[in-house]
Design a protein around this ligand. Sequence first.
Ligand code: COA
Length: 254
Amino acid sequence: MAGDTIRRDRDGDVLTLTVDRPDALNALNTDVLEELLDAVESADARVLVITGAGDDAFIAGADIAYMQDLSTPEAQAYAELGHRVTNAIEEYPGAVVAAVNGYAFGGGCEVALAADLRVASNNAVLGQTEIDLGIVPGWGGTQRLSRIVGDAVARRMVFFGERVDAEDAQRLGLVGEVVAQGELDDYVAEMSQELAEKPAFALRSAKEALNQVHEMPQSAGLAFERRLWSGMFGTHDQREGMEAFVEKRDPEFE
Ligand code: COA
């Protein structure tokens, strides 16, 4: 899909997708959402980074001006599109890092929640602020938030529409790290490069297994893990990783 609101920057095995609509603080209208969906679905990099253009916002949310007059069927289609985007991020067959470089409200927070890892700049503010617009989170926030920060914190954030600064977000486990605004790109680039050098099949499998935690009962999850784990034996990376350890050298993964 041709479009100009998602920038793609490739650096080796790392692809950075930048939501580039700074005039609206990178708010996601349907065009941007569709473009983001296409960018995620067509990506083939080992690591995906998602961030926002400019110094102020990661993504300030779903587009409020667009949403204000939606009918229920139109809202349903918008929610489905938002779910397709966040599910595509969650199921991406490689690591996804959200570089949260400013406001991440509503749908912006939900995009970040779908990523595997979240790194925030010290000016970032996150929140599921929908309550103050008379609605609730609709792109996965009612489900993913509590799985990440726990039920009590999620209820407080959603009920009050709380806006959480970067430091508090880290304390709550909403983001993994906080770095100075000017250092975010370098920090994320280094982290992504390290992830890209991990054995790709093992990393993808680890993600797949961790994603099952909320999809099935533990006994089924353990069976899933056993199958996945034993299926790795005989792969190049398993042979190489263990041989390299025994031979006291660095492994060379595929
Ligand atoms: N949807 C559509 N447009 C948005 C937007 C959104 N979610 N968030 C910001 N914008 C637009 C503003 O309308 C404004 O456009 P304008 O210059 O044409 O008037 C522009 O982005 C800049 O926003 P502004 O509010 O002037 O910037 P600010 O620095 O004073 O405040 C925020 C920044 C993020 C605190 C404020 O814009 C905000 O609260 N946005 C809504 C966040 C939200 O509730 N998101 C959840 C949606 S589900």
